[in-house]
Design a protein around this ligand. Structure first.
Ligand code: OGA
Ligand code: NI
Length: 341
């Protein structure tokens, strides 16, 4: 399957997009987007502060954001700007390899630890998305392409540092639920947790209103950390409307995933989001998804089960959940719905 980048570069004068990229299921009103609503911001330095009252205020805000939005912007997270800029550059140079060179890292099945390709899952989906990607399993074992030369090293450094941020966030989330701060880390066996690294490359699109970078979906796992180059495109679903996110340059976008929703018995939701495309410049987003270890059975936590809130999901190992998802087209909450009681 040809990459979108290859398609754009071989048709520089393209004025309309091939029909398989046209998003026919998108009624016009789904493009309607609220711009006056602002996604909450959490200050990481306050969440990890030694001052107990500052920390507890930030913990409270974190809990409110996870409950009301399933999404927040994280500032003062300590991931160096030079590392993030270097990572974007290294990822661009991966997509700039020839199609032939990239083929080596294509992978043959969804369980391959290194995969690159286009759209989401062209074997399951009928239409195509305006997106090329590189997807890696980076924990508990680290995998990365051997080309271009410094890519692997840069990704590894970023992944380690982002894992440390995710672990602090899991502590904050445990506290916000009234649990001991290592509770989620231990229950989910995060020491051997699954971390995935994904780069999305969205080339400029001549008909941005007709195509989608990624359709609406939720992420599996506990938390996703997302950064981007200087192009916006992420929209999240909030109070029945789509909200565009304009993250400040140094922030990370964080969302709670399906397994956080299961673990918290629905208290913290896995929120729908999608990626729009533009006709000006390529957009790159880089996500790390942090989940339980593959053999951990994730079920609603006993602290969050009451008579008024009986268990709303059946327990399932992370491995089986991923298998379930991989056989599904990527849309709306299909996978969570399959384990809802
Ligand atoms: C994803 C995702 C959004 C974006 O990779 O799961 O939702 O803005 N990406 O690229
Ligand atoms: Ni996502």
């Amino acid at each position: 399957m040809d990459s979108v980048k290859g398609l754009v570069e071989s048709n520089r004068l393209m004025s309309s997009i091939p029909s398989k990229y046209v998003c026919i299921q998108c009624p016009e009103d789904s493009l309607y987007c609220q711009s006056d609503v602002i996604v909450p911001t959490i200050d990481f330095s306050k969440l990890t502060s030694c001052d107990p009252s500052e920390r507890s205020r930030a913990t409270q805000q974190l809990g409110d954001s996870c409950r009301d939005w399933g999404f927040f912007l994280l500032i003062n997270h300590g991931l160096p700007e030079t590392l993030r800029d270097g990572l974007v550059r290294a990822c661009v140079s991966f997509f700039n390899l020839t199609e032939e060179e990239k083929k080596e890292f294509q992978g043959s099945s969804v369980s391959d630890p290194i995969r690159c390709g286009t759209s989401f899952n062209p074997n399951v989906e009928k239409r195509l998305f305006w997106r090329d990607y590189l997807k890696l399993q980076v924990h508990p074992r680290f995998h990365a392409p051997t080309k271009p030369p410094s890519l692997s090293e840069t990704i590894e450094e970023y992944c380690e540092k982002s894992r440390a941020v995710a672990e602090e966030l899991l502590k904050g989330i445990s506290r916000s639920l009234g649990m001991e701060e290592n509770s989620i880390y231990e229950k989910m066996n995060v020491r051997l947790g699954t971390q995935m690294f994904v780069v999305n490359y969205y080339p400029p699109c001549p008909s941005p209103e007709l195509a989608r970078g990624l359709p609406e979906h939720t992420d599996h796992g506990l938390l996703t950390l997302l950064m981007q180059n200087n192009q916006d495109g992420l929209q999240i679903h909030h109070d029945g409307k789509w909200v565009s996110v304009h993250p400040p340059p140094n922030s990370l976008m964080i969302n709670t995933g399906d397994h956080m929703e299961i673990l918290t018995n629905g208290k913290y939701k896995s929120v729908l989001h999608r990626a729009m495309v533009n006709n000006k410049a390529a957009r790159i987003s880089i996500g790390t998804a942090h989940g339980p270890s593959l053999d951990t059975t994730v079920a609603p936590s006993s602290e969050l089960i009451t008579e008024a809130h009986p268990p709303a999901y059946r327990g399932i190992t992370y491995r089986d959940y991923m298998l379930l998802q991989q056989t599904n087209p990527l849309h709306a909450k299909s996978c969570l719905d399959r384990i809802r009681i």
